[in-house]
Design a protein around this ligand. Structure first.
Ligand code: ADP
Ligand code: ASP
Ligand code: MG
Length: 408
């Protein structure tokens, strides 16, 4: 049995007209002799709406109940779409995460998939030609509903593709594929035909929300080719796949940005063994993910530590850091919300030097001040004032020859 997994995001299922386009893609999948597993997101805006409802009801909504609530957005999509398919004469049914089941850990709001009952899915596929599965959700061992984090339907789809041995996982969205940067903020962004898993991982983790980061981790681990394409065109899209030598020839493949950043600095910490552990230990225990970290050189036995976090974690971080500051005495905690990060990514960086210098000099020419820098083998990330993000993305895009009229 050939099984094809197709995932459609919120804008693709927003209304009846859009769902009819989705039906065309599913019919195309069936016409090639496949059984099709369709993974759907909630209709555009629905998850935000449900989260807002939770906040209206409770200042700090219970996480498990919040998951039970926000997962309903996907339930609406799959039942509506299954009706549409059945009215077309297709043997189809909807499936919620717990009905399969897709088992996760119990980290409500950010759960990780542990297992998928692929045998059960195959049994359903004996009876049905299309299974319409709710993305973004699973359930714990004891049957409580979980969600996988914002954008998590991509991860549901790739995990299902891996579990079912789908030849390719098709991710349908509102753009034609993965671009050299977000096409909605840079008009010269160019669609890539192929991108390496590793580059896509960095792009997703640096803010390119076109794919959920864990979906790329799954794809890389289980070698699932992922094709990102549009529901509203016939463009073949972008294949996310294993790296090859032609990819290495390109110095920088993409520019990503992330505005969900807050910067926290602890001034005048004692520069002695154990200080960093005293700062970052409580953050890790409190479940706060720290991104960039910089420690200044010591002055009179004292130092400053600066780090960045997601804005949603700022309140908790400040509470924890004020406690750390009280323990040390004379330590000042300051924060800044007007920051954002911009990253240049490319596997070609492994074999070339000078990329960072080119990026810094281009930003300097436009008077953009660099607040923090971090690098990895295939990425340079710069923290800047938020108001310069769009400009910085365009400058770096141009500097590394990514504009569509220049080519690379
Ligand atoms: P869906 O609801 O289909 O999951 P998302 O909104 O999560 O769609 O992701 C698609 C969006 O990702 C695009 O509309 C685009 O603005 C954004 N995006 C950010 N970076 C990129 C990129 N490098 N290539 C393509 N899209 C990108
Ligand atoms: N509906 C969820 C969200 O808006 C999951 C997804 O769209 O992938 O985050
Ligand atoms: Mg998405």
């Amino acid at each position: 049995m050939n099984i094809l997994v197709q995932k459609f995001g919120g804008t693709s299922v927003a209304n009846l007209e859009c769902m009819k386009k989705v039906r065309e893609k599913v019919l195309a999948g069936l016409s090639k002799g496949n059984k099709v597993v369709v993974v759907l997101s909630a209709r555009a805006g629905e998850t935000n709406h449900l989260l807002a409802l939770a906040s209206e009801w409770s200042p700090e909504p219970d996480k498990a109940e919040c998951d039970a609530l926000v997962s309903t957005g996907e339930q609406v999509s799959i039942s509506l779409f299954s009706m549409l398919l059945r009215d077309t004469g297709i043997r189809a049914r909807s499936l919620l995460g717990w009905q399969i089941p897709i088992r996760t850990d119990d980290d409500f709001g950010n759960a990780r998939i542990r297992s998928i009952d692929s045998a059960a899915l195959r049994r359903y596929l004996e009876e049905y030609d299309v299974l319409v599965v709710a993305g973004f959700q699973g359930c714990t061992e004891d049957g409580r509903i979980t969600t996988l984090g914002r954008g998590g339907s991509d991860t549901s789809a790739v995990a299902l593709a891996a579990a079912l041995g789908s030849v390719e996982c098709e991710i349908y969205t509102d753009v034609d594929g993965v671009y050299t940067t977000d096409p909605n903020i840079c008009s010269t962004a160019r669609k890539m035909d192929r991108v390496a898993y590793e580059e896509m991982l960095e792009m997703a983790s640096m803010g390119a929300k076109v794919l959920h980061i864990r979906s790329v981790e799954f794809a890389k681990k289980y070698k699932v080719p992922v094709r990102v394409r549009s529901t509203f065109s016939d463009d073949p899209g972008t294949l996310v796949t294993q790296e090859d030598s032609s990819m290495e020839a390109v110095l920088v493949s993409g520019i990503a940005y992330d505005k969900d950043q807050a910067r926290v600095t602890l001034h005048d910490l004692p520069d002695v063994p154990g200080t960093a552990a005293a700062v970052f230990g409580p953050l890790s225990e409190g479940g706060v993910l720290v991104d960039m970290i910089v420690q200044n050189t010591s002055l009179d036995g004292h130092t400053d530590i600066t780090f960045t976090i997601s804005r949603k974690d700022l309140k908790k971080t400040l509470e924890l850091m004020n406690r750390v500051a009280d323990k040390f005495g004379n330590v000042e905690v300051v924060h800044d919300l007007n920051v954002a990060k911009v990253s240049a990514i490319g596997v070609g960086m492994r074999n070339h030097s000078g990329v960072a210098a080119r990026a810094f000099s281009a930003l300097t020419q436009e008077g953009i001040n660099i607040l923090m820098i971090s690098t990895s083998e295939i990425k340079i990330t710069i923290l800047i004032e938020e108001k310069y993000v769009e400009l910085a993305v365009r400058i770096l895009h141009d500097t590394f020859g990514l504009d569509w009229d220049i080519g690379c």
